[in-house]
Design a protein. Sequence first.
Lengths: 213, 94, 532, 311
Amino acid sequence: MNSNNQNMETAIHTHSDMHRDDTASKLGMWLFIFTEILLFGGLFIVYSVYRYMNPVAFHLAHEELSITMGLINTIILLISSATVAMSITAIQKGDKRLSLYMVGATILLALVFLINKYFEWGSKFEHGMYPGSDLMDMLSNGDMLFFSLYFFMTGLHGVHIIVGMVLLAVSWFKIKKDAVRSDKYALLENSGLYWHLVDLIWIFLFPLFYLIH
Amino acid sequence: MSKENNHISSYKDHLLVLALLITLTVITVAITSIELNAFNTAAAMLIASCKAAIVLLYFMHLRFDQKIFLIMAFLVIALLVVVIGITFIDYLYR
Amino acid sequence: MENNHLPNYLEYRGKRTGLLGWLTTTDHKRIGLLYFYSMMTFFLTGAVLGILMRLELIAPGRQLVDAQTYNAFFTLHGLAMIFLFVIPGVGAVFGNFMLPIMLGAKDVAFPKVNLLSWYLYVLGAIIVLTSQFMGDGPPDTGWTFYAPYSLKTQTNVVAAVFGAFVLGFSSILTGLNFITTMHRMRAPGMGWKRMPMFAWTLYATGWIQLLATPIVGITLLMLAAERLLGIGFFDPAIGGDPILFQHLFWTYSHPAVYIMILPAMGVISEIIPTFSRKPLFGYTALIVSSMAIAFVGYFVWGHHMFTSGMSEGARWVFSFLSFIVAIPSAIKVFNWTATLYKGAINLQTPFWWAMAFIFVFMIGGFSGLVVGSLATDIHVHDTYFVVAHFHYIVFGGTGFAFFAAMHYWWPKIYGRMYNTKIANIGLLIFFTGFNMLYFPMFILGLMGMPRRYYDYLPQFQDGNVISTIGSWIMISGLIIIITNLIRAKKQTGKIVDNPWNGPTLEWSIQSPPTLENFEELPVVTHGPYEFK
Amino acid sequence: MYSGASNLVTTTDNAFFLIIGISVIFFVGILATIIWFIIRYNKSKHPVAEQIHGSNTLEIAWTIIPLILVLVMFFYGWSGYSPVRNAPKDAMRIEATARMWSWSFEYPNGIKTDTLYIPVDKPVVLDLISVDVIHSLYIPAFRIKEDMVPGRTNRMWFIGQKPGNYELFCAEYCGLSHSYMFTEVKVLEQDKYDAWLAQRSDTAATAAATADPAVAGRRLIESNGCLACHSSDGTKLVGPSFKGIYDHKQAVVTNGQTREITVNDEYIIRSIYEPDADVVEGFRKGQMVTYKNQLSEDDIKLIIEYLKTIK
Ligand code: HEA
Ligand code: HEA
Ligand code: CUA
Ligand SMILES: [Cu+2]
């Protein structure tokens, strides 16, 4: 009985390796991305409804945000999207070094994005604008909604940036250890997909909060 | 991957796409900085959608992958749009 | 071991044994059972609360508890029943156990994620349950958490909301896992048009789980942020719109009712062919109707808000779509009935459960039409009529299908047969009690008794008394049913591989299945319901 | 059913009977078919099943027929509901205010009551206002219900067609005493209604002008729903009892600090305008909502006079 089981153990292991299904994990990642799209979709609904109900306040409030900051961050994220895409091309071509550089660059850009965000939020905080502050309590209704949404949506986006960075960091180490390589790069590919999602969301957040009026 | 997906995008393609995206970004900033009222929002959202489509098709590889991913992504986004639309049936006609 | 069986998944010993072996398992069958045991615990918690509420309502005035406690009771009852029982429900227990086997696979696509879902489920459940004891007392908002009451009440809403959020995550991961499994793990020859109906309904369910759950997730997160950080979203005092909360809540929670019912319909679609010895009538139509329910069901949420002050146009659209979504359900009922035609009907316990399901599901569904219609819903909205509607269709639909599935697959899961005579008697008592418990609520609702009422006017007492007595009859039935099943699990004896002569793949292997399900990969050459 | 209590009863009940009627026909029909099949095609009588896979004709038939039927149902539901939305122009307006957990109705001439009085056969529009959470005004006999959402004004209208008293419930869960948020609609003949109105305006006016301020205060407390939360006999409800409250020493929590105060005029005004500023120990913040827009300082003076009388 015991030896029987032992055999089964090994049998599973060889089996599961033989049956590695990269398409399945990619499908899984896509499905997860769909979920994320709907998650932010819910917020977009809230945003558009409140914008519709308070057009003037939203217009005035958006002028408090710095377009330059937003633009810089947008470009940073776009570049990071390109670097992560190139890291995949690199690994597909077997160029481990370049791939490592590209993933590294992506993580670095992500960090710059966060630092930027930190200063952006920081300057708001300095002016006494943060969730729950007295200033925020005194805002008019529309402004309150605008800034609540601003903090909530960019905050949630920031959390996604951090998750993406963790995924990319894991991929980096796996590439380094050759656990991710030219014939087995699903992990990197999926982290890349996730990273593009983060970019995708920002592509909408940027005009919604910084641009349109 | 392996058998099912062996399209490898070139570095050059990625850089081209990046350039396109940055151009579009600059264009939105430019357009929205002039007063166009309602058109403003529409233009910004239109350009954002183009950018999103480019990211989905090229960076996220939907153009080269199995069609099923493209179909799914399209349906999901369509669903979200319909949900927003239906919600607005309430708000627009109150 | 009897009958030269190979060690089955219950006997199998891996690296870890005992409890730890269960808690670290990635075997879909064991995870299914983990869900089963934890879910039964929560179901019984919710059920006992239901019984207590019925006792309180046996007469006007205070019977057992005060108003605050009663309000906490129906909140926890709703939360436990909806989020901990029927939403994971049939899918997480029987889907996990049977889906890979029905597809001819060894496991789901992501076994570790599957285990993670279970842990998230338990974590979410624990958070919801501890919310009862922490902070300023058990939440008293109802399971719908309507703002602004949920923002105002001093009770521990944040924890409950956060628990529901975690549960949502678990549900999403299950859906993701099942969809991937169906796309990638079907055995050779098992085309989409050869998948059993149960798998198809799980496929439709998976998409709802993926695409609807995040919306409630984010909504609840916003609610929690509003309570914790004081940033405004829904409080009208700062310009928020409470109706928007309702929109977002129901954008999930209506599709969620189809998360509950679709797998249940799948179970019924498995049982009826097996016991009629006939292929499922209109297999393709049933697939289409499942997908249609999932799809159209996404757009009808506003029918919970007919009296909220929504715009006219929205009421029109939502009422219209609510009627449209009834059609696919109608198609299902007709096809089930037609499957019986010229069959060789074998009257076994699971079959009786399926028939009981159709009976109560029809009543629930028809009352759904009454509440879907504008004029009538204005009258019965938020009355006991709605309470009757959803108990008939949630408990009567999903709950009955859950019990039907237990009776159908029990021999497969444990390799033991229960006493069918006792099971039938239990069902009869249960069925009688069920109708006595919930039918009077329709009348009460038409008379105008609002729901979530701790106390009521004397003219409503008769109905309430009948209903409470019904609840006792139902308990008796349920106790008989459950003890009968537990006794079967313990009793030793001959193991039956395929007691019902079921046609689908899970019946082609031994009971209980081995760890790997199939000794060799099955090759499928025909549709799911071919007899001989 | 068909009591004719309001103009909405007939159309609503028609929709009920149509939907329930069609449903019962289907229910009985399907059930009978199932039973017939179970008996006729039982394994003992019909041991070999015929392997039928389906029939497109049938599928189409049982898609189209129910589709038509539900469209009919939808139409009846819709047309029964349409009048609910279109109030006649000349309707009488009453402002209905809900708060946890009481009702107040303000008539065109400024009178306030906690029971709804309406004249028979006259269209009445209710402006639905809530000051705290969502409530829902529900008159079962009239087949009408609409939520009262804070921050916006919903409307409902109806014609009471039969004199009598009807129940009025709060149908949207609104916290602790939701089930006690109950009052009545009194539908009066026109002449009785006029008489009532005249008498009410009279007493209100005289009470304010001449009578004992404590009586006026008591009336204010009744009509503003204070008694939903405060008893006058010492019973502890949601809020502290009014009995013996004046001049009483009380521990209150202000900004998280407990301190001792004496209940005086200033404190009572503060308690009514900013209830959350000082929270009486042992009670919960956020339950009582400000009465800033409902009660003037003069009103509160009268209330205080009344509070002084209950020792
Ligand atoms: C399993 C869960 C489930 C299912 C499947 C359904 C199914 C349906 N529900 Fe139900 N519903 C709930 C769970 C469910 N519901 C819950 C939990 C609530 C309350 C939430 C709360 O407020 O707490 C609720 C509340 C609810 C409301 C809001 C009531 C109110 O608050 O005022 C409405 C309104 O339209 C509604 C409608 C419907 C309709 C039209 C269907 C249809 O899908 C039904 C379709 C089925 C049939 C029609 C029967 C079968 C058909 C035939 C036998 C053929 C003949 C048919 C025809 C001729 C048409 N439901
Ligand atoms: C799957 C869903 C489900 C199920 C199964 C049930 C089951 C029951 N519900 Fe349910 N109920 C809901 C979902 C469900 N409910 C929801 C969503 C709400 C709305 C909440 C809200 O308003 O927010 C609700 C509200 C609700 C109300 C309305 C409260 C109100 O509005 O004031 C009532 C009142 O009678 C009630 C009663 C019951 C009863 C008596 C049972 C019973 O049928 C329970 C069956 C169980 C048993 C019969 C016990 C079995 C026990 C054993 C076998 C062990 C033996 C142990 C002992 C006897 C101690 N429920
Ligand atoms: Cu007011 Cu319920
Ligand atoms: Cu619904």
